[in-house]
Design a protein around this ligand. Sequence first.
Ligand SMILES: *Cc1c(COP(=O)(O)O)cnc(C)c1O
Length: 428
Amino acid sequence: MSNDSLRAAAQELFPGGVNSPVRSFRSVGGGPVPIVRGEGGHVYDADGARYIDFLGAFGPLLLGHAHPDVVAAIQRAAAGGTAFGALTPGEVELGRRVLEATGLERLRFVNSGTEATMTAIRLARAATGRDVIVKFDGCYHGHSDGLLVKAGSGVATMGLSDSAGVPAAIAALTAVLPYNDPAALAGWFRAHPDDTAAVIVEPVAGNMGLVAPTPAFVAALQEIPRAHGALLIADEVITGFRLRYGLSGLLPEADLVCLGKIIGGGLPVGAFGGRRELMSLIAPEGPVYQAGTLSGNPLVMATGIATLDALAGGVPYRRAEELARHFENGLLAAVKRSEGMAAVVRIGSMLTVFFRDTPPADYAQARESDTAAFAHFHRGMLERGVLLPPSQFETWFVSAAHTEADIDAAVRAAHEALRETALQAMAR
Ligand SMILES: *Cc1c(COP(=O)(O)O)cnc(C)c1O
């Protein structure tokens, strides 16, 4: 089947022709790109076109596509049966590796990041006997009801949901504050000292485009909630095992940590963990119910183990980061030469090019980006064989399987696409 016939068929099957909204490419136009195969740093669409892939399945593929050790591990596991609904050795193996690398004392595996954050919040509410959750504007923590809420206008507001179908009574339990604003966090707790069960945060924001936390924000996160009896939940679904082997290290004082993406190496996974006493509130040890038919699935565990084994020595981190730095430098030079306006943000092997003059500090600033320019640039890159996440507000992922030649080719493509974008912006 061709790209067009797949798109048309999917349109008859799924809302918007996709099974997750960003894949529709609505914010950049042009429709979804159906991918039939991936290898290393590349993917191939149904028409046979090859792309250098910086979408990276939205984060899990630090080793790139179809890493031979990962593929072999899945094949071995599958040959022994795909699900048992019972304790399996793979869970023990991967659980031990994750605890050793993160310093968490107890863990539970689930099937997605959404499940991990949803359950961490249930646990925080049970542990504190409080209902209110604080999140930050532009941070994404999966699609459970209470987390699909963002702020109004940079001022702390009790939430209005981003999604239809979320009861107002649930949205009202989520407060949304601006990212990187310690004063807003302090102000929240001054006004509501005893209501908040937990503050949930991405240590590095990856879902408003890439936004770095300021040291003052990190310090406030670790002090203020605790001083008021609230828990701190670090959502490391992207950053866990991405910035280095283990947690990001930015929020060592977090009470609960959510993981996903890389620990499943591209299969569906999530996990949450923390101190033993806190985690003992989870069923069957404690009263907080959580369960999953396929949680700790043997294929997923085998993929995670093979992935962490390949990452453990640190070589892929150094390689991916070196390539990302090379990419960043090339992009900065391309921006300068194209005389357009764009800011390049890089942290480790993650990058975003924002179509605004300076790197944003929060979602309000990120949203000031010229999204029409991003859409134009995205199409220009796609035409030149470079697949980027299809939104201004996503992070690009460099893998250890990319090559210098990939980065050089992507920089050349960016130079041309930026020049076209700048010309087009002048014409607007
Ligand atoms: C991807 C993501 C999630 C949700 O994970 P899913 O597996 O898509 O449910 C949660 N938090 C963050 C920070 C993420 O990037």
